[in-house]
Design a binder for this molecule. Structure first.
Ligand SMILES: [Zn+2]
Length: 170
């Protein structure tokens, strides 16, 4: 993805409250981000392990969302990331929930999906990080096609957070 500035990242959040934005910390490695290897910028809040952030460039602009990670994490079960299709043992992929933007969010309307717990889908797809005890789904797609699928899945998910009023299947 294109390299984003800190201001762009901070200004991209569509579902964050003022207090949430004020205490938002960029990841410690932000200045060393290897943007070429990323399809989205994702990190877990270092002080709040139940809060994650995902920022990506989409056809409707740079969009960032705050995600809620589960407090109780299941053990011993396999979970599949719905964005990159990496398979993880129990806690490696988590159901992450985003409050929708605008009026829908005020009504506690949320969308959720299973995402790699460290928000590092791009690294798994490129073989830069390995899912210990998990791995890739057996499939014939090459890396370029898997990256395209990841980007499409990220954009679809972000669209569901942004497009509060459109009815979509759950
Ligand atoms: Zn993933």
């Amino acid at each position: 993805m294109r390299a984003l500035t800190a201001d762009e990242v901070r200004g991209s959040f569509v579902n964050a409250t003022e207090p949430e934005l004020e205490r938002l910390e960029l990841p410690w490695w932000f200045d060393a981000t290897l943007w070429d290897t990323l399809d989205y910028l994702g990190w877990v809040d270092p002080a709040l392990p139940e809060r994650g952030y995902l920022v990506s460039e989409t056809s409707f602009g740079v969009v960032g969302i705050i995600l809620r990670l589960p407090k109780n994490r299941p053990r011993g079960r396999r979970a599949l990331c719905n964005l990159c299709w990496t398979q993880h043992p129990g806690q490696g992929a988590l159901l992450m929930v985003a409050r929708r933007a605008g009026r829908a969010g005020l009504n506690h309307n949320t969308v959720g999906t299973y995402i790699c717990a460290d928000l590092a889908c791009s690294l798994y797809l490129r073989g830069l990080r390995r899912a210990i005890g998990g791995g890739r789904m057996p499939e014939t797609l090459d890396e370029d096609a898997r990256v395209r699928r990841l980007r499409d899945n990220v954009e679809d998910f972000l669209a569901r957070v942004v497009d509060s009023d459109a009815p979509r299947p759950v």
